[in-house]
Design a protein around this ligand. Structure first.
Ligand SMILES: Cc1ncc(C[n+]2csc(CCOP(=O)(O)OP(=O)(O)O)c2C)c(N)n1
Ligand code: SF4
Ligand SMILES: [Mg+2]
Length: 312
């Protein structure tokens, strides 16, 4: 096993035998609808593994439940298709005990911000080392179209058939408010932008929060005007992500310093249409590192002596 990263990164990058291809990472045909944005995200993940030649034996994809949650089923690596909203606690156990692994979390908007909201808050705050992908199709898809915290106001779903009552939660503002050390905004239909975002997210030491707009043509075919670019703005920076070539000509472009927290809060207000690296603070302490250092510096004690302390 050969570590090629110099600084500790969000995923500890390990080389396997350098013969991995997209094809060799396939396991079974995904059970997603034709045109589903999940295919684009899956391809970006596989492409990243191939580009870095990440050893599948050292890589774990962890998910909750949802159409998005099926992603680990379709990548030849270790994977946990876990419990709804509980991908982070599952992954945290691994991150704490196996810092040698490359750990990715795949989670839907419901999984992340409804049932799993509490875990997302603490995963971000603890800054445990992983790449977190939030697949935002703005509804619960697997359970056939209920409103989620990110459903746009007025959109009709099975749970709010006259139109969703509230404005959507802003996932970027949520992540910033929770103290995220890395936040990016991208979309499933921007393959190069998504791939470049994954590279930066993986190189970041800590919890890398990647928000991805994801098409669900089955339940909400008009959610995103993905063929047009005039509504999009790409955020650029010398250490950021290059605008998607296919869309750049018609989209807006803005210089954005993602080390500037105030500028990040401003950018987060435009989460529906501004794409790029929103924020990065590589110096935020990591709970997993702290805990391991604590463990390593504690002199071992016999367990029976520890338990005896609680005798009354
Ligand atoms: C504890 C628990 N509660 C509810 C469900 C039902 N359920 C399965 S997936 C899902 C929502 C999925 O939405 P999202 O996380 O946005 O993923 P998507 O299917 O849109 O990718 C719900 C409510 C469940 N499986 N487990
Ligand atoms: S229901 Fe939507 S999110 Fe689920 S597989 Fe079909 S298109 Fe994709
Ligand atoms: Mg969803």
């Amino acid at each position: 096993m050969n570590t090629i990263s110099e600084a500790p990164a969000a995923v500890a990058i390990h080389e396997g035998p350098r013969d991995m291809t997209i094809k060799s990472l396939a396991i079974e045909n995904p059970r997603w609808c034709p045109g589903c944005g999940d295919f684009g995200i899956l391809m970006a993940l596989k492409q990243f593994m191939v580009d870095k030649q990440l050893n599948p034996a050292d890589t774990v994809h962890v998910s909750g439940i949802g159409c998005s949650g099926r992603t680990p089923n379709y990548i030849r690596s270790y994977g946990i298709h876990g419990i709804h909203g509980r991908a982070i606690p599952l992954a945290t156990g691994l991150i704490l005990t196996r810092p040698d692994l490359n750990i990715f979390i795949e989670s839907g908007d419901g999984d992340s911000l409804s049932i799993g909201g509490n875990h997302l808050l603490h995963g971000i705050n603890k800054n445990v080392n992983c790449v977190y992908l939030l697949f935002n199709n703005e509804l619960y898809a697997l359970t056939k179209s209920q409103s989620s915290p990110t459903t746009r106001k007025g959109h009709k779903t099975n749970t709010q058939p006259t139109g969703t009552y509230l404005d959507p939660i802003n996932p970027l503002r949520f992540a910033l408010g929770a103290g995220a050390s890395f936040i990016a905004n991208t979309a499933d239909w921007m393959s190069d932008h998504l791939a470049a975002t994954l590279q930066l997210a993986a190189a970041h030491p800590g919890f890398s929060f990647v928000h991805i707009f994801q098409r669900c043509p089955h339940f909400d075919p008009n959610a995103f005007q993905h063929k047009k670019a005039d509504w999009m703005t790409f955020l650029t920076h010398e250490n950021g992500v290059t605008p998607e070539k296919r869309l750049a000509e018609k989209a807006g472009v803005r210089e954005h310093d993602h080390r500037d927290l105030n500028a990040a809060f401003d950018a987060a207000e435009h989460f529906k249409s501004w794409f790029g690296i929103i924020y990065q603070n590589p110096d935020k302490p990591r709970y997993d590192e702290i805990l391991r250092a604590e463990r390593d510096s504690t002199p071992p004690k016999p367990r029976s002596a520890l338990l005896d302390k609680y005798l009354i």
